[in-house]
Design a protein around this ligand. Structure first.
Ligand SMILES: Nc1ncnc2c1ncn2[C@@H]1O[C@H](COP(=O)(O)OP(=O)(O)OP(=O)(O)O)[C@@H](O)[C@H]1O
Length: 317
């Protein structure tokens, strides 16, 4: 678990981070979301001591990082940066092996782990001897992740890991990352300015502006209860699209009249997002679905979803 307490970073003419506190639970993904210059990267780099804070503390599993030797920190914390930060004169294999070598793993162990990572991240083995500039942006990103995962650190810090990619590759890799079991077992802090990325990847999202953490909550909490106009503005005119993506049928059932479904109604799952449910409903002839609630089913039509959403949103904002 990571505990960040009152972190502040001042430069002679500028305060980059001001009194930021949060904790990240084991296996949780926390996203720091904010505009350029809001202090996200500085906060991230204070976690692994690439930047020393002016004041405040960072504890990992109850131990202040100041009391840990840097060598120990690089074993505990993997780091993925924008543009991957791969060493251009090292091959893919050499880049992946950096931390294991630092930790003096034997050759066999390094080799086995490298092949395991290549398979997991869908990188062709023939690229092991290629140099970073011979790879596509998406492949470089995968190698960057492989390098950070190499020594199997329990914590992963990711700074705009998909920032350099085009939107389609970005969406694909985001989906891949989300489904990687090994990544799901990690405690992750990820920095991005992309709202969709934050909502899709974050268990919780912290919104930063001007060095301060304005609000920290689940994607649902931020969308339904923005504590600050800046947070509301961040979602902009896409707020409805994000709500449809994040809110589930389970969330809106209290606002649906419990009527029995038609016999030919399609089955809908409570965990389904409103977006997916609306797509399913448009495919059916009757335009209605059956949602199982406990031992019985209730009828759901597209119109029910829209009116329930209207009731849910003003109630909570
Ligand atoms: N070494 C430094 N000296 C002075 N100011 C700095 C230094 N490093 C960062 N800053 C300033 O601190 C602020 C926060 O920077 P930081 O890199 O943390 O922002 P960010 O939210 O990660 O932005 P981006 O998304 O553009 O990377 C910026 O205004 C930046 O100019």
């Amino acid at each position: 678990m990571i505990n960040v307490r009152h972190l502040t970073k001042r430069y002679p003419n500028h305060t980059a981070v001001e009194d930021v506190s949060f904790s990240v639970q084991e296996r949780e993904t926390l996203v720091l979301l904010g505009t350029s210059g809001s202090g996200k990267t500085t906060t991230l780099k204070m976690i692994n001591r690439l930047i020393e804070p002016t004041s405040g503390t960072v504890e990992i599993n109850g131990i202040d990082t100041l009391q840990q030797v840097p060598h120990e920190l690089s074993r505990t914390i993997g780091y993925v940066v924008q543009e991957t930060g791969l060493f251009p004169h090292y091959t893919v294999g050499e880049n992946i092996a950096i931390v294991p070598r630092l930790l003096q793993w034997n050759k066999n162990r390094i080799r086995n782990r490298t092949y395991e990572l290549l398979a997991m991240l869908r990188l062709p083995e023939k690229q092991l001897n290629a140099y970073p500039d011979q790879l596509s942006g998406g492949q470089r990103q995968r190698v960057g992740l492989a390098r950070a995962l190499a020594a199997n650190p329990p914590i992963l810090l990711m700074d705009e890991p998909l920032g350099a990619l085009d939107p389609i590759t970005r969406a694909e890799i985001r989906q891949e990352f989300r489904n990687l079991d090994e990544l799901r077992r990690k405690t992750v802090v990820l920095v991005t300015h992309d709202v969709r990325e934050a909502l899709e990847l974050g268990d919780r999202v912290g919104v930063m502006d001007n060095g301060r953490l304005l609000q920290l909550g689940t994607p649902k909490e931020l969308l339904l209860q923005p504590a600050h106009t800046f947070v509301r503005r961040f979602f902009g005119d896409q707020v409805l699209a994000f709500q449809l993506q994040v809110i589930t049928l389970h969330d809106i059932t209290p606002y649906i009249l419990p009527e029995s479904p038609e016999p030919d109604a399609i089955a809908l799952q409570p965990a389904m997002s409103l977006n997916d449910a609306l797509m399913q409903l448009t495919k059916t002839g009757s335009g209605s679905g059956a949602l199982r609630v406990g031992d019985w089913s209730i009828r759901i039509r597209a119109a029910d979803i829209w009116s329930a959403l209207q009731q849910l949103v003003p109630k909570s904002s």
